[in-house]
Design a protein. Structure first.
Length: 302
């Protein structure tokens, strides 16, 4: 049963991403500010939070598991911190967080961007499997597995991949991977739209309909629409409205769209999302709801 079947909506927040306080002074830097934002977002109604581990000066700390561990442990003193950090290339810090959990909580969600892993892959319909594109016996792509081995590691550690879909090619791979069982269901999908990043989906609400139409009947999923690096608040709202009309979740946050919301706080962005959700007679899904949806245990008591 999806969240919408139960009158609920998946509400995620992107709190800081790769933007700066020059873009919006409320973008959190460092573990303390990020943890405070995480708590505020969940207390205001967010289901889950995505954050980038960042140093106090705002620089990215892509592989620093200690900053992420501090963020999650600090937030766990007040809420169930159902949150996950970002990554760039290496997932070693994710493995570390899962193997050595933060105090008072455990990692459940993990980022997974197919674009970072899927390179020159074939679909072999007659064999119902992926293959590798080869340009000859000396092609270095020959040594690449036909699907990311990180997926096996996620399964071993009980992690649920939060799958970023930036375009129709990503969606095609995701649905095929689900079809043959290398992505476990329910899928946890994020659809990215941008009027600035050309590699992202065109921020036209009709594109939401197209992408959802590519998910075959019978594939269980929770899908969240993410306006990203958008310059127009109006276009963000149009995407959120269409997503809610189609039974999907939404993501908000000053980390995602600081140029559209240059003075908002993340808590205020969550309040706006809750307003859009409740005017439809719906409620945001809770952390317990999401844990139950993916078959995960309840939060660890601190």
């Amino acid at each position: 049963m999806s969240f919408r079947d139960d009158g609920k909506v998946y509400l995620e927040v992107g709190v800081n991403e790769v933007v700066s306080k020059d873009d919006n002074p409320n973008v959190p830097y460092g573990a303390e500010e990020t943890a405070r934002n995480l708590v505020d977002c969940i207390q205001h109604g967010a289901t889950a939070v995505h954050f980038h581990a960042r140093n106090d000066d705002g620089t990215q700390a892509w592989v620093d598991d200690e900053i992420s561990r501090t963020v999650l442990a600090s937030a766990a003193r007040e809420v169930d911190p159902l949150a996950y950090p970002s990554y760039h290339g290496s997932l070693e810090h994710i493995w570390s967080l899962a193997e050595r959990p933060p105090a008072g909580t455990e990692l459940l969600l993990t980022p997974f961007d197919p674009v970072q892993h899927i390179k020159r892959v074939l679909w072999l319909e007659d064999e119902n499997r992926f293959g590798v594109v080869s340009f000859g016996p000396d092609d270095p792509n020959n040594s690449n597995p036909p699907y990311p081995p990180e997926l096996d590691r996620f399964a071993e550690l009980g992690l649920v991949p939060n799958i970023a879909v930036f375009n129709a090619a990503d969606m095609r791979w995701v649905t095929l991977a689900a079809r043959i069982g290398i992505l476990r269901q329910p899928l946890n999908i994020k659809l990215f739209f941008s009027d600035r990043w050309v590699s992202n989906n065109d921020p036209d609400p009709d594109v939401i309909d197209f992408l959802i139409s590519r998910i075959p009947q019978g594939i269980d999923h929770e899908t969240v629409v993410v306006p990203y690096a958008m310059s127009s608040a109006q276009r963000c709202e149009q995407l959120w409205e269409r997503a809610l009309d189609r039974g999907l979740g939404i993501r908000v946050g000053v980390g995602d769209c600081p140029w559209a919301y240059p003075y908002a706080t993340n808590a205020e962005m969550v309040d706006r999302a809750v307003e859009l959700i409740t005017k439809r007679g719906l409620t945001p899904a809770t952390q317990a709801d999401l844990r139950a949806r993916v078959g995960a245990p309840e939060a660890v008591s601190s």
